[in-house]
Design a protein around this ligand. Structure first.
Ligand code: FAD
Length: 391
């Protein structure tokens, strides 16, 4: 097979890229290791920056988002005895949208199927070849066991944290920056109406807690846990008791709705950034190049920003101008590092370390962010995001 752009991975980055490329008049083929049902069944992120929503609006992909998603003007930040609303719009930012990643992936996938996109699911043993040349290609084994080969002008690795494309960047060029955090997140979904009209970020001496939502009947929670904890040690009763203690301490009148827990897992917090995001005819986008702790809700938004820049760059290249393709890695990484800084500083303000001195520093930081116009404006901008642009 032959195409202009071979895309590895049918997560949000790969699916959106193929859609944006089509609008640039560029054909692409997607290969995905998993089945379509598996990809659509994955629950992960759920907060979209205004800039991400702009991209989806312009691409005609946001009808269901505007119908079923929840627009939030801000968040609550709390610690024992105090609960403060930070209104992003009042502080000079823009609203954010609560919309599950699985819903977004479904919208993107439906749009791709409707457009007759060439997508190959259940492809194993994907390997990249000759990315240094002007005729790169990839190989794999399709769902029927048949070997496939796709020749392309460029290959884009949208294959997430566990993908293979990153390894095709020459070792001599590659730099990897990594920070492992000394805590993990226990995340769970419950079939209960949200207990808040906006997302709650809670500092508590016992550990961070967060409450968000997916719909009027599905709630999402995260609890800071020890990185050595195993999910089997967390019964549903223990989870609800801990959640009630940590989230209930900011406001005496607050009530936690409890009910059936439908999914729970423990995720280590880490930041890992691979540079550059382009080498010769290979480009990386989304989690294939970078993962950040979910505290700042940036992972999915960065994936959308990367492919937005990349589609513009490949469009310009098709018209004979390679300058944006040459600028892609630096421009994408500038946004990535800003998101990494926010995810680090926001995580550091909220996750307890067991050191009473750290506790007081964290509370001073949260007090400033939620009471000072300058602190609030910074928080609003970092949450709601800045326009996606080269430079
Ligand atoms: C468990 C978990 C929870 C998360 N929670 C949050 C959160 O609460 N908030 C937040 O902002 N972010 C969160 N994230 C991050 C967010 O989900 C990602 O940033 C987002 O999915 C990135 O999209 P992507 O398309 O780059 O990568 P992915 O969504 O990972 O998609 C990559 C695709 O490539 C496929 N693939 C992998 N290897 C190959 C191969 N060899 N060949 C072919 N295909 C391959 C995969 O199957 C997958 O479909 C979470 C991530 C995880 C893993």
């Amino acid at each position: 097979m032959k195409t202009r752009v071979a895309i590895i991975g049918a997560g949000p980055a790969g699916l959106l890229l193929s859609h944006l490329l089509e609008r640039e008049g560029i054909e692409s083929i997607i290969v995905e290791a998993q089945s379509s049902d598996f990809v659509l069944g994955r629950f992960r992120a759920g907060l979209l920056e205004a800039a991400s929503v702009d991209v989806l609006d312009e691409a005609g992909l946001s009808e269901r988002l505007h119908r079923d998603g929840l627009e939030h003007r801000g968040v609550y930040v709390q610690w024992p005895g105090t609960k403060r609303a930070v209104d992003f719009v009042e502080r000079g930012g823009r609203p954010v949208w609560v919309y599950g990643q699985s819903e977004l992936t479904r919208d993107l996938s439906d749009a791709r199927f409707a457009a007759g996109q060439q997508m190959y699911y259940n492809v194993s043993d994907v390997a990249l070849h000759d990315v240094d040349s002007s005729a790169p290609f990839l190989t794999g084994v399709d769902a029927t066991g048949r070997s496939i080969r796709i020749d392309a002008d460029v290959i884009v690795g949208c294959d997430g944290f566990a993908g293979v494309s990153r390894d095709s960047l020459a070792q001599s060029l590659r730099a990897v920056y990594e920070r492992r955090y000394p805590h993990s997140w226990l995340g769970f979904f419950a079939d209960v109406p949200p207990s808040s009209d906006q997302i709650i970020f809670a500092w508590h001496p016992e550990g961070f807690a967060m409450h968000t939502m997916r719909s009027a009947s599905i709630s999402r929670f995260h609890l800071q846990v020890d990185p050595h904890d195993h999910i089997s040690a967390w019964s549903d009763d223990r989870i609800w008791e801990t959640t009630a203690r940590r989230l209930g301490s900011g406001d005496n009148d607050w009530t936690l709705h409890t009910g059936p827990i439908t999914e729970k897992s423990i995720l280590p917090l880490r930041c890992r950034i691979t540079t550059p995001m382009r080498h010769a005819r290979l480009f990386l986008a989304g989690d294939a190049a970078h993962v950040v702790p979910p505290t700042g809700a940036k992972g999915l938004n960065l994936a959308i920003a990367d492919v937005t820049l990349l589609a513009r760059a490949l469009g310009a290249w098709k018209r004979g101008d390679e300058s944006l393709a040459n600028a892609y890695s630096d421009s994408a990484l500038r946004r990535v590092w800003r998101a990494a800084e926010f995810s680090w500083s926001w995580s550091s303000a909220l996750h307890t370390t067991g050191d009473p001195f750290d506790d007081q520093l964290q509370l001073a930081q949260l007090d400033w962010l939620t009471s000072s116009p300058t602190g609030g404006a910074g928080l609003a901008e970092k949450f709601s995001g800045v326009p996606i642009a080269f430079g």
